[in-house]
Design a protein around this ligand. Structure first.
Ligand code: ZN
Length: 293
């Protein structure tokens, strides 16, 4: 099963068509794409028997973030060995965990203003938690995938100057949470629909040139391991996101370094999910806004 958000409304994606869930279910499920993760098992059951047809072709629709308001967004640094090597960072003994504040989330076809000339790309597989409203705590590793509603594509856009301020106590969470720094989508795909949930290709193109390519089998902490280790500490709620880390090929590790510029276009993909398109623009300053407004 695949779901998307069309102009903020939950849609079931069937054969390239988007079916409005609130309409097709006669109001049993509301239009809010975030709320469905609280009733994920019930929703899956309904979707399996949902009437086909009545949808609109997905191409050309205005897709918004499929998971727009998660309670928590976890992100994992240094979770691919090749990325650890290029950044000269030690392999972590526990997952290196930070947050992307939910206000940074945006949709799969977004224009994102650059706050500086030190913004970098990181394509990632993003896991969406499903399940019980009460949340999941102390999940066994063997049950990790059972707590996952689906996966989507994410870009962990990163302002490297702020990220590494503070030296030994870097500011990952702030540097990665400017407005628009968390594009996700275009759909959420359930694990059973993926070619191999433990081995998906992911990659990223900058202005048409491939800059990242990896496979999720290279993850140091796998999806079940992340659910196990994060839930050993925190409670995971339905609709929470986990950005699982990026493979090699980021801009600041290159020689010479490369950072995003206004006019650049990033395309980020995960096999079985689809492609995000992110267009970078100049920063909107209050002076510019005042002169045009
Ligand atoms: Zn990242």
């Amino acid at each position: 099963m695949r779901v998307a958000a069309v102009e903020g409304r939950l849609a079931l994606v069937v054969n390239g068509q988007a079916v409005d869930v609130a309409e097709a279910s006669g109001g049993r499920f509301g239009p809010d794409p975030q709320a469905v993760y609280d009733r994920w098992a019930e929703f899956r059951e309904w979707a399996a028997g949902a009437p086909a047809g009545g949808g609109r072709p997905l191409d050309g629709l205005a897709l918004t973030a499929p998971v727009p308001r998660p309670r928590q967004v976890f992100a994992i640094g240094v979770n691919y060995a090749d990325h650890a090597a290029e950044t000269a960072m030690d392999l972590p003994e526990i997952p290196l965990t930070f947050t992307k504040f939910p206000s940074c989330l945006t949709g799969p076809d977004a224009a994102v203003p650059l706050p500086s000339d030190r913004v970098d790309w990181e394509v990632e597989m993003v896991v969406v938690i499903g399940g019980e409203v009460a949340g999941a705590h102390a999940v066994e590793e063997a049950e990790g995938w059972d707590r996952v509603a689906g996966v989507t594509v994410g870009q962990d856009l990163s302002e490297r100057r702020v990220q590494f301020l503070g030296g030994g106590s870097p500011q990952f969470s702030l540097g990665k949470s400017y407005p628009g720094f968390g594009p996700i989508g275009p759909v959420v795909t359930t694990p059973d629909e993926l070619p191999d949930r433990d081995d998906l290709e992911l990659g990223c193109r900058l202005n048409g040139e491939r800059v990242q390519l990896g496979r999720t089998r290279q993850l140091i902490y796998t999806v079940p391991s992340l659910v196990h280790r994060l839930s050993a500490v925190v409670t995971l709620y339905p609709g929470d996101l986990i950005f699982t880390g990026t493979p090699a090929g980021v801009g600041f590790a290159r020689d010479p370094q490369v950072f995003l510029r206004p006019g650049d276009v990033l395309e980020s993909w995960v096999e079985g999910v689809g492609t995000l398109t992110t267009r970078l623009t100049s920063a909107v300053t209050s002076e510019a806004a005042a002169s045009t407004g």
